[in-house]
Design a protein around this ligand. Structure first.
Ligand SMILES: Nc1ncnc2c1ncn2[C@@H]1O[C@H](COP(=O)(O)OP(=O)(O)OP(=O)(O)O)[C@@H](O)[C@H]1O
Ligand SMILES: [Mg+2]
Length: 169
């Protein structure tokens, strides 16, 4: 076969990285030779964490995982996947709510590029309710997100909250 090494791309905004993301990336890293965590640029107009900060966080969380790489991309995902000479997109499925959107995306991507396959994985059930948006909301209101995000993300969120508070007063 002409596919000696399987490279997968795990795209998302990762604003910020959660333990749900980490779970899916680790599963992908076990299934494929290499996995690229690809941060979509300009996904949100006002992200909480800059792209540089998100790259930094993901790199440091996966510093001991040699087959996990971090990159950024803009434009069509299938074009990025082709440019990287990858053939698999890895996505996580939390609940039924994710399904409809993910299925549309997967089929659209297949329409755009028949060679690329999308693989879905379920996270550990303890992360099925975790999303970046909810983590940001809870952290901004002073709630604990301990155990739901890597320790580094937890401390960065706390720093933001302190900074936002002193800015207000
Ligand atoms: N807790 C989780 N468990 C499994 N997969 C997840 C989890 N959170 C996100 N994912 C998956 O990670 C990929 C990237 O998602 P994304 O960066 O949009 O995260 P998100 O948590 O949905 O962020 P947001 O709340 O900003 O939409 C998607 O495939 C998404 O389904
Ligand atoms: Mg989302």
């Amino acid at each position: 076969m002409s596919n000696p090494s399987r490279l997968a791309v795990c795209p998302g905004s990762f604003d910020p990285l959660t333990n749900g993301h980490v779970d899916i990336i680790q599963r992908g890293a076990r299934l494929f030779d290499r996995i690229v965590v690809a941060i979509l640029l300009n996904a949100e107009k006002r992200p909480l964490f800059s792209v540089e900060e998100r790259v930094d966080i993901i790199r440091s969380v996966f510093k001991d995982a040699p087959n996990v790489e971090v990159d950024t991309f803009d434009g069509l995902l299938v074009e990025y996947v082709a440019r990287r000479q990858a053939n698999v997109i890895v996505r996580g499925l939390r609940a039924l709510a994710d399904f409809e959107y993910e299925m549309q995306m997967a089929l659209m991507n297949r329409h755009l590029s028949a060679e690329v396959e999308t693989v879905f994985m379920m996270p550990s059930e303890k992360y099925t309710y975790v999303s970046s948006r909810l983590i940001k909301e809870v952290a901004a209101l002073g709630g604990s997100v301990s155990g739901l995000v890597p320790a580094l993300v937890e401390s960065r969120l706390a720093t933001r909250r302190t900074a936002a508070k002193s800015y207000r007063t």
